[in-house]
Design a binder for this molecule. Structure first.
Ligand code: SF4
Length: 357
């Protein structure tokens, strides 16, 4: 199996997880509920945890939301990040109420002293800080220098300026993100930053859109950087249910051989040779991931023997069409039995579920 060599970054620890260093690339998401609505926020975080979310961020637009951090934290099992814009008091209150990490956008926090106040508290409470630069909120003087255009260089400059304030205060638990909705600008900026320091990098393409378009855009940007060894945590930003962000994140990491989780389905696109209902079987099996806690399991659903026998060798379980209305079942590459197509789904669910952790 081909492996990606990751760039070595410092380890930053918060809320019971470690990122950077040799630690796995973690998947995070953000709630889209009102943080003041405790019930809705907890419900969504629980759904995200179940889908494999490893770090969760909530918006803190006011003091009431900051206060809820304590109650949210009592009920969840993953680190909680407070997302702060404009007001340094919200960052400080979030830390007082137990946030494991805060994300600040120094471009809109105000003057250096305000950032310093935040860092002072973070240091005392051992809270990590993500310097989260967004292309939509670059400092005016930087934009001016780059002729009012958002460039990778300008975004990197903005990030380095903010990191400088944290480092002046000997603060070390720094994570950095530099997100734009433009894939090439984002990639260019992460490349620059990755060479400038050893802070763990959180990757994302911001405001990437809905469903298909957002996942494609994020996969190209985030996937491209991961292939270069850049990135320590990821978030797929989608307009919609954040559970889809987690599912997409896992598919990216799984497809780059960076992590393993649950069921991976290999299925062919079908053609005139297809002798079993490949798509219908694949769709039916996808739900198994939500039903039981599986150990990493690779299942191949192949319409015929052209590529089917080869894929069967690589999979834990394989169902390969061999003639009209007849499939062969393989376990770890070994032929086990023949099956009629309508028996494949219940049979496959049974063998897959027995493969649980
Ligand atoms: S595996 Fe067979 S059925 Fe599937 S696309 Fe290839 S040739 Fe067609």
């Amino acid at each position: 199996m081909t492996k990606i060599k990751r760039e070595k970054k410092r380890t930053v620890e918060f809320g019971g997880v470690k990122i950077g260093g040799n630690n796995p690339i973690l998947i995070q998401s953000m709630t889209n509920t009102d943080t003041k609505d405790l019930r809705a926020t907890l419900k969504q975080i629980k759904e995200l945890e179940k889908a494999g979310c490893e770090i969760i961020r909530v918006s803190v637009p006011d003091i009431a939301s900051a206060k809820n951090i304590k109650r949210i934290k009592e009920k969840i099992n993953i680190p909680l990040v407070a997302d702060i814009h404009f007001d340094s008091r919200l960052a400080i209150e979030s830390m007082n109420y137990g946030a494991d990490k805060i994300r600040i956008n120094p471009g809109n926090i105000g003057d250096k002293d305000k950032v310093k106040e935040i860092v002072k508290v973070a240091k005392k409470k051992r809270v990590a800080i993500r310097v989260g630069i967004n292309s939509g909120s670059l400092q005016r003087d930087i934009l001016k220098r780059y002729k009012d255009r958002v460039t990778p260089e300008g975004m990197a400059e903005s990030a380095l300026r903010s990191i400088g304030i944290l480092e002046e205060m000997k603060f070390k638990d720094i994570v950095v993100s530099v997100k734009s909705s433009d894939v090439l600008t984002t990639v260019g900026c992460y490349r620059i930053l990755s060479k400038k320091g050893d802070w763990p990098l959180h990757l994302g393409i911001t405001e990437s859109g809905r469903a298909m378009a957002g996942i494609v855009k994020s996969s190209i940007g985030i996937g491209g950087l991961l292939m270069e060894g850049i990135g320590d945590t990821i978030r797929i930003s989608l307009s919609g249910d954040p559970v889809d962000e987690i599912k997409a994140g896992w598919e990216i990491l799984k497809s780059l051989n960076l992590r393993e989780r649950g069921l991976s389905i290999i299925s062919c696109p079908t053609c005139a040779r297809t002798s079993i209902p490949v798509e219908r079987i694949s769709i039916s099996l996808e739900s198994v991931n939500d039903e039981v806690d599986l150990k990493p399991t690779k299942v191949a659903i192949m319409g015929c023997i052209v590529n089917g026998l080869g894929e069967a060798k690589e999979a834990d379980f394989a169902f390969v069409g061999i003639e009209k209305n007849k499939a062969a079942f393989f376990k770890k590459g070994q032929f086990v039995c023949n099956l009629e197509p309508e028996k494949i789904v219940p049979f496959a669910k049974k063998v897959i579920k027995n493969n649980k952790k």
